[in-house]
Design a protein around this ligand. Structure first.
Ligand code: NAD
Ligand code: UPG
Length: 456
């Protein structure tokens, strides 16, 4: 099939490479010319396991091409996927500027039947707005024969760090199509595009467009709910002297609950949950329907990293002036180079504000520019004298008054505790990911605090 994907971010690039790997001819359109030039030379500008190989192989095979020209992409496609950003606007809603820009471009250039499938996470009603924008563009062209088109919803469920694997082995493929002939044609073409995934069992879940749009937010909000529930429970565990890790093991074995997404920690970060939970609450308020559970999920999450810092501050008598804090892990989760809404960003700001000097280590983040990307330069400059990036975990720990763990990268899981104790000025660990057994760490001579490990 001929497929065009607009946007070469995590979703667009992974989808492009994977669809090409399945034998389709894919054009990936990206407005950032530098990124396109990098990709054309086989350089992948983001870290995602397996992606580099897929891009190289499919570029070489001529099944994958990168372009900045959206007109070329529209002319190429039988199915065009929108995979551009939908960042959070100031009022918490999803900013649809990038999506609607693509819709207008489609209206300007479409010349034969086209399925426009939206992979970006967008609020209910967006497909209709995309439809209207395309129709408007077409009307302005005053064509003798107006090509038919259909706007479908095809939310993406991949996780960063496992994006290729998730795309290639989806639990389900949600497709929302409009009623009528164009919708049926769209469902048929999308079925063809996703047919390779249906070999052992039917993965396609076809529904109306609004339900598909809402299903994406419902999935993320439910996963976020599990996390905030556990973080709330962790606060109670601390207050009553229980251990949230034991609680987690005690409940995860119930298959109705499951082990996934019940890890207490520093709160959920990343480019999806925070903005999607906020956008869902915004949609609900606009519909006159408050989502009280989801609002509470957001409130718990907003407070989580701050609570953790508060505990650290208490340990040091309320001030970190003159203290050195080692920080392990900066990305919002392991396996990615993404720092969007990473809890580490909150930690660094708060630790520095409390007077500390931070010695940080992360396998993929090596500078303040990278960590605080998107922040005004002046704000970064204020932090710069107080944050050092170290080559390894032990270097970061050298001479520190405490070690803070913010991301559960594998390399932090089995440290040489004796060497770590020697490196630290004081054997103090504040673990935001509950990597270790408190009793064992006590035996090793550490003062150890996790999240919800029963320590007041
Ligand atoms: N990152 C994830 O794990 C993930 C997973 C599922 C869904 N989503 C959703 O998918 C969407 C994309 O997310 P992402 O993380 O890939 O975003 P991203 O910011 O990494 O990438 C978006 C890309 O689109 C490009 N772009 C914007 N407007 C364009 C235009 N008019 N023409 C060509 N290119 C354009 C940008 O330059 C950017 O490179 C969002 O709605 C997000 O919520 C993300
Ligand atoms: O038990 C858990 C699981 C996750 N997290 C945190 O939750 C955040 C999100 O993690 P994860 O869901 O693994 O990463 P994302 O790549 O953001 O993926 C989510 O967001 C994507 C964008 O919408 C969806 O496509 C995915 O299905 C959904 O898992 C991270 O900060 C994790 O540290 C926890 O604190 N505890």
């Amino acid at each position: 099939m001929k497929i065009t994907i607009i946007g070469a971010g995590y979703v667009g690039l992974v989808s492009s490479a994977c669809f090409a790997e399945l034998g389709n001819h894919v054009v990936c359109v990206e407005r950032d010319a530098l990124r396109v030039a990098q990709l054309q030379s086989g350089e992948v500008p983001l870290h995602e396991p397996g992606l580099q190989e897929l891009v190289a192989r499919n570029l070489a095979a001529g099944r994958l091409a990168f372009a900045t020209d959206v007109a070329l992409g529209v002319r190429h496609a039988q199915v065009l996927f929108i995979a551009v950003g939908t960042p959070m606007a100031a009022d918490g809603s999803a900013d649809l500027t990038q999506v609607l820009e693509v819709a207008h471009a489609v209206g300007r250039h479409v010349s034969r039947f086209l399925v426009v499938a939206n992979k970006s996470t967008v609020p209910v009603g967006t497909a209709q707005r995309v439809h209207d924008a395309i129709a408007q563009g077409l009307a302005a062209r005053q064509l003798a024969r107006v090509p038919a088109f259909a706007v479908a919803s095809n939310p993406e469920f991949l996780k960063e760090g496992a994006a290729v694997e998730d795309f290639m082995r989806p639990d389900r493929v949600v497709i929302g199509v409009p009623e009528g002939r164009a919708g049926e044609r769209a469902a048929g073409l999308l079925r063809r595009a996703y047919a390779p995934f249906n070999r052992n069992r039917e993965r396609m879940v076809v529904m109306d467009v609004k339900s598909a749009e809402l299903a994406k937010y419902a999935a993320n909000a439910l996963l976020a709910t599990k996390i905030s529930f556990m973080n709330d429970m962790a606060a109670l565990a601390d207050a009553v002297g229980a251990d949230i890790e034991q609680v987690r093991r005690g409940i995860g074995s119930d298959r109705r609950i499951g082990y996934d997404f019940i890890y207490a920690g520093l709160g959920y970060g990343g480019s999806c949950f925070p903005k999607d939970v906020a956008a869902l609450c915004h949609t609900a308020r606009g519909a006159g329907q408050r989502l009280r559970v989801v609002e509470a999920v957001q409130a718990v999450n907003d407070a989580q990293a701050g609570r953790f810092v508060q505990r650290l501050l208490q340990h040091f008598g309320g001030s970190l002036a003159g203290r050195v804090i080692a920080l392990w892990g900066l990305t919002f989760k392991p396996g990615t180079d993404d720092v969007r809404e990473a809890p580490s960003r909150i930690l660094v700001r708060r630790l520095v504000a409390a007077g500390a000097r931070v010695q940080a280590h992360d396998p993929l983040v090596h500078s303040l520019e990278q960590l605080m990307a998107g922040d005004p330069p002046a704000r970064r400059a204020r932090l710069a004298p107080h944050v050092a990036f170290c080559a390894g975990p032990l270097q970061a720990a050298q001479g520190a008054d405490a070690l803070v763990i913010a991301t559960e990268w594998k390399i932090y899981r089995s440290p040489d505790f004796a060497a770590l104790r020697r490196a630290l000025r004081a054997p103090v660990i504040f673990d935001g990911r509950n990597l270790f057994d408190p009793a064992e760490l006590g035996r090793q001579g550490f003062f150890y605090q996790g999240v919800g490990r029963g320590q007041r």
